[in-house]
Design a protein around this ligand. Structure first.
Ligand SMILES: [Zn+2]
Length: 293
């Protein structure tokens, strides 16, 4: 059995079904965020899109050729082990529900780890985008994909998750990543209904704020349950009050694709603008509003 079975039948199925489905979703979100934008743009779209596509060019193949095969390879290798054997005794729907909850919780905790000093070196490449839209969902340093393998493929294997579940959840993970980064203005009433349960574009917009305490919130991938349990859920920031980005990395001239690829090697910056000032939160609206426009 291989650790990276690139051409495994499950991955071939992923390419045949999930690939086109995710591409269709992306096209739909692109149309929606263009016709119903949520936040005002601060930078020309082409400037950011070119950079984001150049970053995706190595990171999407890195995901398909290393992370996804490792998810299948490692969970297959660990299949006969004790945890998987114990999990196999559970009723099928219960086992599936537990696997999905576990994978979503691992997504939340991995995202929190990405904000720790060591991994922030990689993750800040994603966060220093100066606007957020669908293309931000692909703007990851390829090193972040490689670094995620032990956590996002190794841990599910150790904990007895099956290869098909881990890959099926990955489709949902990618779909929500695209959805939460899109600049689509959902009807506010609908988003207020969804927000207690699922990660939405307004909630994730708060996570990409330049205000530190706002960045340290809304880490979830699909479910808001984990942010609620860990008290990292934040609902009260109006979208137009948000400045997207990282304060020390706000100079667009210093964000060429080459500079962004080399960014993990640069020293860690303090959470402040180059002049030393720190972005301050906008006072909460009174009366308090959930997810104001
Ligand atoms: Zn983040």
């Amino acid at each position: 059995m291989k650790i990276f079975p690139v051409a495994h039948p499950l991955l071939k199925r992923f390419d045949r079904w999930a690939g086109p489905a995710l591409a269709g979703l992306a096209l739909g979100l692109l149309l929606l965020e263009t016709t119903r934008p949520l936040r005002r743009r601060t930078r020309p779209r082409t400037e950011r899109w070119v950079r984001n596509v150049l970053l995706a060019a190595p990171s999407l193949p890195a995901m398909r050729l290393t992370l996804l095969p490792a998810m299948v390879g490692l969970t297959q290798l660990a299949g006969p082990r004790r945890m998987a054997h114990q999990a196999g005794r559970l009723p099928a729907p219960l086992r599936l529900a537990l696997e999905v909850l576990l994978l979503d919780y691992l997504g939340y905790t991995w995202h929190r780890l990405l904000h720790s000093p060591l991994l922030w070196r990689l993750h800040r490449v994603h966060h220093c985008d100066l606007d957020m839209d669908l293309t931000t969902a692909w703007r990851f340093h390829f090193g972040e994909m490689l670094a995620s393998i032990p956590y996002r493929a190794g841990l599910p294997a150790v904990l007895g998750v099956r290869p098909a579940t881990v890959l099926a959840y990955e489709v949902v993970f990618e779909a929500f990543t695209a959805f939460q980064h899109s600049n689509w203005r959902l009807p506010i009433a609908l988003e207020r209904q969804l927000a207690p349960w699922l990660m939405t574009p307004r909630l994730h917009g708060i996570h990409h704020s330049m205000v530190h305490r706002e960045t340290q919130s809304n880490y979830g991938i699909v479910l808001m349950l984990w942010d609620w349990l860990h008290r990292t859920r934040r609902l009260d920031v109006p979208q137009q009050a948000i400045t997207i980005g990282v304060p020390a990395l706000a100079d667009p001239a210093a964000q060429t694709a080459g500079q962004l690829l080399a960014l993990p090697l640069a020293p860690l910056e303090p959470w402040a603008r180059p002049d030393g000032s720190e972005p301050q939160p906008t006072p909460a609206p009174t009366p308090p509003q959930v997810l104001a426009a």
